[in-house]
Design a protein around this ligand. Structure first.
Ligand SMILES: Nc1ncnc2c1ncn2[C@@H]1O[C@H](COP(=O)(O)OP(=O)(O)OP(=O)(O)O)[C@@H](O)[C@H]1O
Length: 497
């Protein structure tokens, strides 16, 4: 088959002088509609173009990959199924990929689109490498651009719902940023601003939580007028009602026509899709493992057990589970225990400690330093049980969490999928045990659908609560950061600053 390489030019609204190579390469892509994405070019590796179409089709079928592109004339870009097909880069940007065998399906499928400058919505199961899916093209954009080093004017902004997750994304990107000579800063609340301000001076990429970013923007510590690459990680959480204003305030000063906007998540409820569309230009939606318009889907490598119990039996049952997991024959497994309420988390942590387990806690009433220290203790194994509220539900990539226990069911089934997604990551097996009570019955239908989609056992006692799925309102998420107090149900998620 003749070697063809696609030179995909997605242009911004202004006419661009064609370089010599572009005059010769046939770009069958119509110019993108007015106001579409940035001027980015992507050269599909000839070796990738040479692969038989049947192999590409097989890859798509094997991983249940679905790509929905609103631009009828757009080129079907082939998935980058091996790191060798990555576009050339004049820095050693790809060096740290050596620790992986091959791209994950979400990386393979979204990388070409992101290199080509398209807006992308990426939906894939927890633990499937979404951070590098959006992170690598971001770093390549910085590494390729001869961006003038305007101090305090980042080229890329990545927004995350939690301080710990912002730090985690930052830590992952820094490994790649050094070879690409791209400065990265991380800004989040709960700590002093002056060091963060200092880091913003030379940062091309800023990873941030919304509150602190807005703070620094309004006190003039940084300008977002030059942002060309915007990522909302855990996008459905970032787009919840009541946060629209935060996100709108952050996006407002950013350029429209030359900005590439990217959203990634493991759950994509209908209630946030219209809002997302308002921030994007002809986004391509990529889903791995199943149709995004259906119910949320859990990572299928996680064994999900649901026990219907009486409210007052929960804590005894938790201790039984911990005895089995921590005092069995093998070395104590790392167990992540989720509560819904801060006071509940503090009470459970005290109970688990009193039973002699090595336990740490993480919730909104702790100082940021203590939260980082406790999370670290769990990562290193100094603590083998972490008692958390939903501050730890999304994104956190903690090695070798063998078991997640939901002592109190979260306020949405999406949060359930994210919580149990702290186990079973990067291809590992996982295990989750959920204590479900009468008070949670409004969510029984959604939970039953998640269990069935993942081919998990559905207990009789759960079926008794009924299978109807309550339509989730736009503001149905529980208090996220300022964790829900025992004396009132959550009315609005409040983000970290
Ligand atoms: N190509 C790859 N091959 C193997 N492991 C990878 C690859 N890319 C990333 N990983 C690892 O997989 C783990 C999960 O990645 P990451 O945290 O980005 O998942 P995620 O999809 O964002 O999860 P979540 O939905 O929970 O946020 C990390 O430890 C990361 O280093």
């Amino acid at each position: 088959m003749a070697k063809r390489s696609h030179h995909v030019e997605s242009t911004d609204s202004r006419p661009k002088k064609k370089s010599k190579s572009e005059k010769h390469s046939k770009s069958s892509k119509k110019d993108a509609p007015e106001g579409n994405v940035v001027s980015a070019s992507y050269e599909q590796a000839p070796a990738l173009s040479a692969i038989a179409q049947s192999e590409i089709d097989q890859f798509h079928a094997q991983h249940t990959i679905k790509v929905t592109d609103p631009l009828p004339e757009a080129l079907n870009l082939r998935p980058i199924t091996s790191f060798e097909y990555l576009p050339a880069c004049d820095s050693d940007l790809y060096g740290p990929l050596k620790s992986f065998k091959s791209p994950t399906p979400i990386q393979s499928t979204t990388w070409p689109l992101l290199f080509a400058g398209r807006d992308v919505i990426g939906i894939a199961e927890t633990g499937s490498g979404k951070t590098l899916a959006f992170g690598l093209p971001c770093l390549k954009k910085i590494s390729d651009s001869k961006r003038s080093k305007n101090p305090y004017q980042p080229t890329a902004v990545i927004i995350s719902p939690t301080r710990e997750l912002a730090m985690q994304i930052y830590d992952q990107l820094v490994k790649f940023a050094e070879p690409a000579q791209a400065g990265v800063a991380c800004v989040y609340g709960g700590v002093r601003k002056d060091e963060q301000r200092e880091a913003l001076k030379s940062a091309a990429i800023v990873v941030a939580t919304p509150g602190r970013l807005k703070d620094l923007q309004s006190d003039g510590s940084l300008s977002l007028g030059k942002v060309k690459y915007l990522v909302l990680d855990e996008a459905d959480r970032m787009l919840d009602k009541g946060f629209e204003q935060d996100i709108k305030d952050i996006i407002q000063p950013m350029p429209v026509s030359r900005r590439q906007t990217v959203m990634f998540t493991a759950t994509w409820p209908r209630s946030v899709r219209d809002l997302a569309a308002g921030f994007m230009s002809s986004p391509v939606t990529v889903t791995i493992g199943g149709d995004p318009s259906a119910d949320p889907r859990a990572n299928t490598r996680i064994k999900q057990e649901v026990e219907v119990v009486n409210h007052h039996d929960k804590e005894n049952r938790l201790i039984q589970i911990l005895n089995r997991s921590q005092r069995g024959s093998n070395s104590p497994e790392k167990v992540l225990v989720f509560c819904l309420y801060k006071k509940e988390a503090m009470r459970v942590e005290r109970l688990v400690k009193a039973k002699g387990f090595k336990v740490a806690g993480i919730h909104g009433d702790l100082g940021q330093g203590e939260r980082f220290r406790n999370l670290d203790a769990f990562k290193t194994g100094a603590a083998t049980v972490l008692v958390a509220t939903d501050v730890a539900a999304r994104g956190l990539d903690i090695p070798a969490v063998k078991l997640v226990v939901n002592v109190t069911f979260p306020l949405t089934v999406e949060d359930y999928v994210h919580r149990i997604g702290r186990t079973g990551r990067a291809g590992a097996e996982g295990h989750a045990i959920t204590l479900f009570t009468e008070t949670d019955k409004a969510l029984s239908g959604g939970l039953i659908n998640v269990l069935k989609a993942a081919k998990q056992e559905v207990p009789e006692a759960l079926l008794k609560f009924g299978t109807t799925v309550k339509k989730k309102q736009h503001d149905a998420y529980g208090a996220f950061f300022k964790d829900v107090d025992t004396d009132k149900t959550a009315t609005k998620i409040v983000f970290e600053d």
